[in-house]
Design a protein around this ligand. Structure first.
Ligand code: AP5
Length: 217
């Protein structure tokens, strides 16, 4: 079963690659970042609380994201597998996920750890633009839209995420190193970790990931 985690620093391409793999393998991409942004947009109590952390580039409290994931992986479309994009992000989240998956008898197949240098990550996040309607992600230099500021797929306006300002990006990178990078060893010890060079172009990274998770391209 394709139960996968995509792990890596902000801007390394987790969302881009998770979306491509989700389409290819017909399994859902579950992004805690997207779920939280949707709650913020709707102005739910959870969204209002999460926003205070997200705006500063800090992690949202474990209890909030663990609750979101517990509910989501119980849904029917996860029965054939899923890609967790941006979860877990702390050892506590990883331990809670282990408990949840073992209760449901859903073993993890692989944890894909994508890496790139900080300066590349800052460039990618500063140039990222997202569609305000369908959520498609572009980059001003590396993956530009055909028409400036417009989504290629649905023509809606593109916007820059609030947390993609340089000071917040630097904070997110610090948080990744202190709170999330210990997960590399955590999953390395379980022998399900696959390390992928995320500095290559999008199509090449996708090929490496497909090979690593054992599905032909
Ligand atoms: P989240 O939305 O998960 O943000 P992130 O982890 O910081 O990751 P990003 O979405 O910024 O980057 P990505 O790796 O997906 O890169 P992308 O593919 O877009 O989380 C946001 C916030 O929510 C967190 O800060 C936290 O507050 C909270 N949160 C979320 N999950 C949480 C959790 N589990 N616990 C607690 N808090 C949580 O690519 C980036 C850009 O680069 C794009 O423009 C893309 O086109 C381009 N690009 C991608 N790949 C390449 C390539 N190979 N070459 C050139 N350009 C590329």
């Amino acid at each position: 079963m394709n139960n996968l985690i995509f792990l890596g620093p902000p801007g390394v391409g987790k969302g881009t690659q998770a979306k491509m793999c989700a389409e290819k393998f017909s399994i859902p991409q579950i992004s805690t970042g997207d779920m939280l942004r949707s709650a913020v947009k709707q102005g739910t109590p959870l969204g209002v609380e999460a926003k205070t952390f997200m705006d500063k580039g800090e992690l949202v409290p474990d209890r909030i994201v663990i609750g979101l994931i517990a509910e989501r992986i119980g849904e029917d479309d996860c029965k054939k597998g899923f890609i967790l994009d941006g979860f877990p992000r702390t050892i506590v989240q990883a331990e809670e996920l282990d408990k949840l998956l073992s209760k449901k008898n859903l073993p993890l197949k692989k944890v894909v750890s994508i890496t790139a240098l900080d300066e590349e990550l800052v460039k990618r996040l500063s140039g990222r633009r997202t569609c305000s309607s369908c959520g498609e992600v572009f980059h001003l230099m590396f993956n530009p839209p055909k028409t400036a500021d417009k989504c290629d797929k649905c023509q809606a306006k593109l916007f820059q995420r609030d947390d993609d300002k340089e000071a917040t990006i630097r904070e997110r990178l610090k948080v990744y190193k202190s709170q999330t990078s210990p997960l590399i060893q955590y999953y390395g010890n379980k022998r399900i970790l696959e390390e992928i060079d995320g500095s290559l172009e999008i199509g090449k990274v996708f090929g490496l990931i497909c090979d690593a998770i054992g599905n032909s391209r």
